[in-house]
Design a protein around this ligand. Structure first.
Ligand code: SF4
Ligand code: SF4
Length: 162
């Protein structure tokens, strides 16, 4: 193949590639416009949440990670044994388990489960480490506070504070 033929061949390839890109761009534009028109003509499909107007009914999706919570039953009991596995699993010291001696059994039991929400990265490692399903990631999402002290919780107390 001569130099001239090579040059013609390269020009033809560039030309093809240019039109291919123009066609793909146009196709993507049509697809986008089609979706926009579709949503515009069926308002019931719009899934935008009008927050905060919908605050009372808003439910976060199941895998949402809010702060760590410890559910209590009606009697105020919880599943935590104070085993400290979650404390050990936490990579940044967000959890502190303070143990105490039970006056009944003389054995070590959970005294305070301290959780510092301002440090928590919501990584879920403590939840995975707990063998008793005592803690979960909560669904609460409005957690702004003016003081860091207000972000320290005692999870084994129902009211959340010591
Ligand atoms: S979610 Fe992660 S950072 Fe937060 S307390 Fe659990 S292990 Fe620690
Ligand atoms: S929350 Fe679970 S892992 Fe953590 S101390 Fe309690 S029982 Fe152990």
């Amino acid at each position: 193949m001569t130099a001239k033929q090579r040059s013609i061949e390269e020009s033809r390839k560039d030309f093809d590639s240019y039109f291919k890109r123009v066609f793909n761009g146009f196709l993507s534009l049509v697809k986008g416009m089609w979706l926009t028109i579709n949503i515009f003509s069926s308002p019931s499909r719009v899934i935008t949440s009008e927050y905060p107007e919908n605050r009372d009914t808003l439910k976060m999706h199941d895998r949402f990670r809010g702060q760590v919570i410890m559910p209590h039953n009606e009697e105020g009991d919880h599943n935590c044994t104070g085993c400290t596995l979650c404390e050990k699993a936490c990579p940044n010291g967000t959890i502190s388990i303070l143990q105490t001696i039970s006056p009944k059994s003389g054995k070590k039991v959970l005294g305070k489960f301290i959780y510092r929400f301002s440090q928590c990265t919501l990584c879920n490692l403590c939840i995975e480490a707990c063998p008793f399903d005592a803690i979960f990631m909560g669904q609460e999402f409005e957690e702004a506070k003016t003081s860091r002290d207000d972000l320290v919780f005692v999870l084994n107390k129902r009211e959340g504070k010591s």
